[in-house]
Design a binder for this molecule. Sequence first.
Ligand SMILES: *[C@@H]1O[C@H](CO)[C@@H](O)[C@H](O)[C@H]1NC(C)=O
Ligand SMILES: *[C@@H]1O[C@H](CO)[C@@H](O)[C@H](O)[C@H]1NC(C)=O
Ligand SMILES: *[C@@H]1O[C@H](CO)[C@@H](O)[C@H](O)[C@H]1NC(C)=O
Ligand SMILES: *[C@@H]1O[C@H](CO)[C@@H](O)[C@H](O)[C@H]1NC(C)=O
Ligand SMILES: *[C@@H]1O[C@H](CO)[C@@H](O)[C@H](O)[C@H]1NC(C)=O
Length: 341
Amino acid sequence: MHLPTFLLTALVAPLVAGHPGHDHAKELGTRLEFLANNKNDLSHCAEKMRTRGLFAANAQRRSELAETILKKRGLEARAISDSHKSTASYTAQTELSTIFAGNSSCVLSPEQIEGPYYVSGERIRQDVTEDQDGVPLAVDIQVVDMDTCEPIPGAYLEIWHCNATGVYGGVVASGNGVGDQDKANLNNTWLRGVQKTDAHGAVQFHTIFPGHYIGRTTHIHVAVHLKAEPQANGTLLDTTAAHVGQMYFDQDLIAAVEKQAPYTANKQALTTNSQDFLLTAAGQTSDPVMEYVVLGKGVEDGLLAWLGFGVNTTLAREMSAAATIYESGGVANPNAEYYNV
Ligand SMILES: *[C@@H]1O[C@H](CO)[C@@H](O)[C@H](O)[C@H]1NC(C)=O
Ligand SMILES: *[C@@H]1O[C@H](CO)[C@@H](O)[C@H](O)[C@H]1NC(C)=O
Ligand SMILES: *[C@@H]1O[C@H](CO)[C@@H](O)[C@H](O)[C@H]1NC(C)=O
Ligand SMILES: *[C@@H]1O[C@H](CO)[C@@H](O)[C@H](O)[C@H]1NC(C)=O
Ligand SMILES: *[C@@H]1O[C@H](CO)[C@@H](O)[C@H](O)[C@H]1NC(C)=O
């Protein structure tokens, strides 16, 4: 996959100018180099995954998670949005098992880069929300071996994303939030966490829907560590990853969330999916946009989103962490890559 040079320049130039701290050109270069040398489609796995019962297992797991959340929050009604690229028309009465039964979630978001806000040493935990306010979001992510089409159990899958007003916890940097240079942010661990994949290669997290920040559309970062050994205190200090990617959302869903408080307090300029340089590159050969259902009467009640990833298990690369969180607090890495302040 190659983007024409004129498009590349058009995409990157204004962003670099508008956001000096964050080296977008380098990110895009790394990504295009990966795409040029690697297969990045999981469609060849669909038949095998279906006959192996993986799609059925996925539907059941996601359906159970939805039912659990609806029950816990005392929500009876559910508004089913038109999920990503779905042609089916769902109503509030459609059974969840029907909604989750499709195999369209089996898509690949191939290698991207970790960007300037990755923090190593985060905790293994399912709920990463802590005190962050926003639209409740549960995510179900599945990891599949691209070569064998088998799920990958026992991998450590890590997510991190910004809060409702577009700030990452754990990183103090000029591009992170508008004018927010509070050193105490180095100690924050919210909206970051790690889970071990189950027998179906799946993990589930509870978090909030991410906000947005300058130069990027709304996204969640994800990294997959194979053969990782967690620390005795339940943290992961492993920076070798077989997969580093980003998960995206439909633009109409983002718009609905951005109308809610506290997202409305975000003063950073909004970049849409079609304006985003990394999603534009990813979208050429894959579909890294999450499927979702609204759990309740509207997005303010909460969402469940899901996605499957194909991983090349022979790949192992070192991630560059902007900081590491230790028992003694967060420590910034002055030599972090993708950051050129
Ligand atoms: C996996 O990565 C290796 C090493 O880069 C590469 O040779 C191989 O083609 C990749 N496999 C797939 C299925 O992309
Ligand atoms: C769904 O599965 C069918 C065959 O089982 C396959 O032809 C189709 O490409 C799959 N769709 C996706 C998005 O993987
Ligand atoms: C996001 O994090 C920043 C830094 O901690 C904080 O100032 C801001 O209030 C947070 N946003 C919300 C909606 O809590
Ligand atoms: C960060 O946490 C450590 C350990 O609890 C503490 O010693 C340090 O004072 C904290 N730093 C800030 C800026 O709050
Ligand atoms: C967890 O344990 C490792 C290894 O002993 C240590 O370096 C790290 O500081 C600990 N992290 C936290 C958050 O306690």
